[in-house]
Ligand binder design. Sequence first.
Ligand code: SAM
Length: 280
Amino acid sequence: METQHSGLEPGLYIVAGPIGNLGDLTPRAAEILRRADVIAVEDTRVSARLLRHAGSDRPMIPYHDHSAEGVRARLVERMASESVALLSDAGTPLISDPGYKLVRDARAAGRRITTLPGPSAAIAALTLSGLPTDRFLFMGFLPAKAKARADALAEVAALRATLIFYESGPRLSDSLGAMAEGLGDRDAAVSREISKAFEETATGTLTQLSARYADAPPRGEIVVIVGPPGEAPPASAEDADAALLEAMARLPVSRAAGEVAKKLGLDRRALYARAMELKG
Ligand code: SAM
């Protein structure tokens, strides 16, 4: 069937918008917003501003993943013959925003799906943090209740990865304190108002940052980046001796040295020599 408005191919267009600075809307994203048959948005008032900026007069439909099933089913149906754009209030749709179920169902129905990549606060903050970027985990918003928050932190405490959290000003100091407790007092960065007039990034340990914001909850939108756990301190000579003696009570010297080397991450030959000394 012919498309109704735009000449765009029918299907779903996932459109990343700015995270504060309208200048970050890509020309390609603006073009899709001007040409799509319909635009699924979180909040029509918020998106109206971006559409004006993009010069778009296309109709909007409110969409959330928790919208009634019928809303999603109708959008997926329309994608068979029309171009449907998906836009969030800020940044990349689906990232702590609606869209996952729409994409899932569009895929299941065999619709054409394309994405217009652009800003996301998570990646923007990661690049500002000065913390390792080779392995990272996006945690979204932590639960508000203390027990659920502690459980969520405990689940990832052992991971050797930088962690990315979305946060709000009033909760910030409290959350940083809970992170210090649950993850250890790691290096961290707090970025707020990225790409806006009052953009700011503060770095320090979680405890230092928690104290900094305790009496002055910051305004605006916030991302917290937490570095990976530090290396465990090397085992002391006393630890090594105790482990060797324990292992030698069960095993021949060379196997005891091998076992302790593996367990404590120490050199097997040096441990063997030390075991012979201890034995002597
Ligand atoms: N989809 C968005 C994205 O791609 O970043 C995120 C949407 S989520 C509902 C909103 C949260 O993202 C805010 O509470 C804040 O944690 C973070 N955020 C959005 N814009 C930001 C900005 N300009 N500076 C810092 N954090 C921002």
